[in-house]
Design a protein around this ligand. Structure first.
Ligand code: ZN
Length: 289
């Protein structure tokens, strides 16, 4: 099962999140039937949203939008603080790999643009932060967001590895390491060395104790404590009722036209690909009410 572990160094100078999001990204790929470049870009965005969601408390919702001018179009993910995430990529069928290595290319198809983070706390005005995409690889862009928007130096790694022949998801996950205000220059450079020396995230994710291996690599030479462990999942909160209200808001005239032309309606949730059917009589009820 997917999960995220939150941790802090014993001296309180660093904190780190490590995530196994394999099932999350696998489910997203299956629901949206994405092709490799689209799968990896969407997967990284979903993991980024899970990291930001885990950073929140209560019923806050976090939306991450990767708005580049590349062929992928917009990538959107919404996470809550309980580990649930949903999301989509505008262009599902991009498939570009390096011929020599088979590595899936992402940044050139994200392009130039912005990373937008919206925090919705329910009653209050949503907070919104926006930074330029610096590489389009999404991990570095999230690290840049932490630094420029939240003034927290961070290192972020996001990884989605596909099975070679089927282009399905083999492993997916990542980490986020933040330096807290008391961190010294020496400690920061030790951590930077650790991140550089770390095996690739996908290699670590293939280990049975993936998240422990990841924590040990991040904190090599420094003691740490695990704070919490939370399950993660691709989970959409859509429902037929929600779409019923959406159709209702189109107004009587439009609904009548739909009934006359199509004798029913099929609505597809953009975030999870689930389909909802409305029969002619269900549509009629929406007019009467
Ligand atoms: Zn949905």
């Amino acid at each position: 099962m997917d999960k995220i572990i939150k941790s802090i160094s014993k001296n309180g100078h660093f904190r780190a999140f490590v995530l196994d999001a394999t099932e999350t990204v696998r489910t997203a790929q299956e629901r949206h039937q994405t092709w490799p470049t689209s799968t990896v870009a969407l997967g990284r965005t979903l993991i980024a949203a899970q990291i930001l969601g885990a950073n929140e408390k209560g019923d806050e919702k976090i939306t991450v939008k990767v708005l580049g001018d590349g062929a992928l179009g917009a990538i959107v993910a919404v996470a809550d603080s309980h580990g649930n995430v949903k999301g989509y990529v505008q262009n599902k069928d991009l498939d570009y790999k390096k011929a020599s290595t088979g590595e899936v290319l992402v940044a050139p198809f994200v392009g130039n643009g912005f990373l937008v983070v919206i925090k919705d706390m329910g009653l209050k005005q949503p907070y919104s932060g926006k930074v330029d995409l610096i590489t389009g690889e999404i991990g570095e862009d999230l690290a840049w967001y932490f630094l420029s928007s939240e003034q927290t130096p961070a290192s972020v790694g996001l990884n989605v590895l596909l099975n070679e022949n089927e282009d399905t998801v083999k492993v997916a996950g990542g980490f986020m390491l933040q330096a807290l205000p008391d961190a010294t220059e020496e400690e920061i450079s030790l951590m930077e060395q650790n991140i550089k020396a770390m095996p690739s995230i996908s290699t670590m994710l293939e280990d049975e104790n993936a998240l422990d291996v990841m924590l040990q690599s991040i904190y090599a030479g420094m003691d740490f404590t695990k704070l919490s462990e939370t399950g993660l999942a691709f989970e959409c909160d859509c429902s037929k009722d929600r779409f019923r209200n959406g159709i209702k808001s189109l107004g009587n005239q439009t609904i009548t036209e739909i009934i006359e032309e199509d004798h029913g309606a099929e609505v597809v949730c953009q975030f999870c690909g689930r389909k909802y059917e409305f029969s002619e009589s269900e549509l009629n009820d929406l007019i009467l009410n």
